[in-house]
Design a binder for this molecule. Structure first.
Ligand SMILES: Cc1cc2nc3c(=O)[nH]c(=O)nc-3n(C[C@H](O)[C@H](O)[C@H](O)COP(=O)(O)OP(=O)(O)OC[C@H]3O[C@@H](n4cnc5c(N)ncnc54)[C@H](O)[C@@H]3O)c2cc1C
Length: 473
């Protein structure tokens, strides 16, 4: 009888988990699950305490779901990835493991870790890898020169051509094993502060209900409403996707049930939402094609020569939501209090840090990771490099968001701003994006800071800094 080990990483689910399904194919094999927490490594990756708490609570649920299938989930803690490999090698010896199954992670350190596993394992133990967290395998969606696309839209079109020809199936829940061979241990508490992760729940049924509800009730209007933060019309599924509690194929499955052939109507809400899942795919493929992105190098070389101001006081004001620009501050307070931020606001706050405060985008990238429950290296790096004009398919460097007009456009009456900045509750709609002007005109006192920079001046300085860097290339 064979013993199969399923190493869970960012695929914390039973349904549509190809590594688990494959390990369970042999009905007689004994199947063991394993999760290894690596706190020191996670700290080096700036993983937020919220994400760690969510992983911990989700593992407790996953352990129960696996126990119902007579699969024990073992839990171990190692400081870092290298030590975690030693743990696995030991465990394989102890339980006479024959085969290891896992879903791929694509970040540089994670891939290095997986190579180390193969080097250290006895040669008679086989490893089976799956691309369980994406629709497609990285480096299979390529341009005419057999290279990864640098721009999203042609990538999307090529991806869709391949996808529609070969629509993926969902891996169903494995049958229960005959009996439990070893006992699971307790999912130990991790040495992190206990933090809420607001929008997300570890219960898989509730998470799937959320996906179902979103597809049934909100997707239709997603194109028109997704950019208005106060309407809250996006799915809030990001942390499930980042940690693999739900798979992208499940998202597709629920979407296509409601909207068959939605890809033929590219203006529909369903297609627009699916397009976001393809952005996720694009960024994951990019870090495989260009691993240096994981080391926070810019995609466009010359942008590494920009002379940032990196004013620590300004950085603090941005982090804490005290820049004097209401839309920026409301967004940062949402992030700090909930661990999630609306996509439009991620774009505006990132642009503000880089192009109004002239602070290195990597400072913001790290700060976001340290707060987000959905923190994901590829999406976060992609989003930051997009906003900073240092990445693939970025906004051009001379296109600079004006934080006041962005606020007026996406939060016209200030509903979102008032939700997060109660100090501005009494400011009339007309002045909600420039409260200091209202206070000055009317002799009012508000407990809210003056703008940290004047946008027009900051814009000019940023253009000069980018142009100087470009010229010196
Ligand atoms: C500066 C910046 C940093 C970001 N950091 C992260 C991050 O760490 N983790 C993360 O998951 N997303 C990140 N994003 C992308 C996006 O903002 C979030 O995925 C989205 O806001 C999550 O909310 P939702 O689940 O309601 O999204 P929805 O609008 O419902 O989208 C559905 C799913 O598509 C994916 N998605 C949506 N937009 C993007 C995008 N632009 N890039 C990649 N995937 C996308 C996410 O998995 C999301 O859950 C970042 C964007 C920017 C501009």
């Amino acid at each position: 009888m064979k013993t199969n080990l399923v190493w869970f990483r960012n695929d914390l689910r039973v349904l549509d988990n190809p590594a688990l399904s494959k390990a369970c194919e042999d009905k007689d094999a004994s199947v063991i699950g394993l999760y290894i927490a690596t706190p020191q490594q996670w700290r080096a990756h700036d993983m937020s305490a919220r994400q760690v708490c969510f992983i911990h609570d989700r593992l407790i649920e996953l352990q129960k779901e696996l126990a119902a299938l007579n699969i024990p989930l073992l839990f171990q803690t190692s400081d870092n990835f290298t030590d975690s490999i030693d743990e696995i090698v030991q465990l394989c010896k102890k339980h006479a493991v024959d085969q290891i199954f896992y879903n791929n992670q694509y970040e540089y350190n994670e891939r290095k870790r997986d190579r180390l596993l193969k080097d250290k394992l006895d040669s008679d133990i086989k490893c089976f890898e799956f691309d369980g967290n994406l629709f497609s395998t990285p480096l299979t969606v390529l341009n005419g020169q057999q290279q990864m696309y640098k721009v999203f839209t042609p990538f999307r079109n090529a991806f869709l051509d391949l996808f529609i020809q070969n629509i993926p199936n969902i891996h169903s829940k494995p049958e229960p094993r005959k009996k439990l061979t070893i006992k699971a241990n307790k999912i130990a508490a991790l040495d992190y502060p206990k933090e809420d992760y607001d929008f997300f729940v570890p219960d898989i049924q509730k998470a799937l209900e959320k996906l179902e509800e979103f597809c049934a009730e909100k997707v239709e209007d997603y194109t028109e409403k997704r950019d208005i933060p106060s309407l809250d019309y996006t799915s809030h599924l990001s942390a499930y996707l980042a940690l693999g509690v739900i798979s992208v194929r499940q998202c597709f499955q629920y979407l296509v049930q409601e909207y068959p052939d939605f890809w033929e109507k590219q203006k529909s809400g369903a297609f627009t939402w699916f397009n976001e899942l393809i952005w996720r795919e694009f960024y994951q493929h990019l870090i495989v094609a260009h691993p240096y992105l994981c080391k926070h190098k810019p995609f466009i070389d010359w942008t590494d020569r920009i002379k940032w101001k990196n004013n620590p006081d300004h950085f603090e004001q941005w982090k804490t939501g005290n820049t004097g620009y209401p839309i920026i501050d409301a967004a940062m307070r949402q992030l700090n209090q909930t661990g999630w931020m609306h996509n439009r606001l991620r774009m505006i706050t990132a642009s503000f840090l880089v192009k109004d405060l002239l602070i290195d985008w990597r400072w913001g990238e790290r700060y976001f990771m340290s707060q987000l429950t959905d923190g994901d290296l590829a999406a976060n790096n992609g989003g930051w490099q997009w906003a900073a004009s240092t990445g693939t398919d970025s906004t051009p460097y001379f296109r600079i968001f004006n934080p006041t007009t962005q606020g007026q456009r996406f939060d016209p009456k200030g509903d979102f701003i008032r939700q997060w900045i109660p100090e501005l509750a009494k400011v009339p709609d007309k002045f909600i994006h420039e409260p200091h002007i209202w206070a000055e005109k009317n002799g009012k006192l508000i407990d809210y800071p003056q703008p940290v920079v004047i946008h027009d001046i900051a814009r000019k300085e940023t253009l000069e800094a980018f142009e100087a860097a470009k010229k010196s290339a």
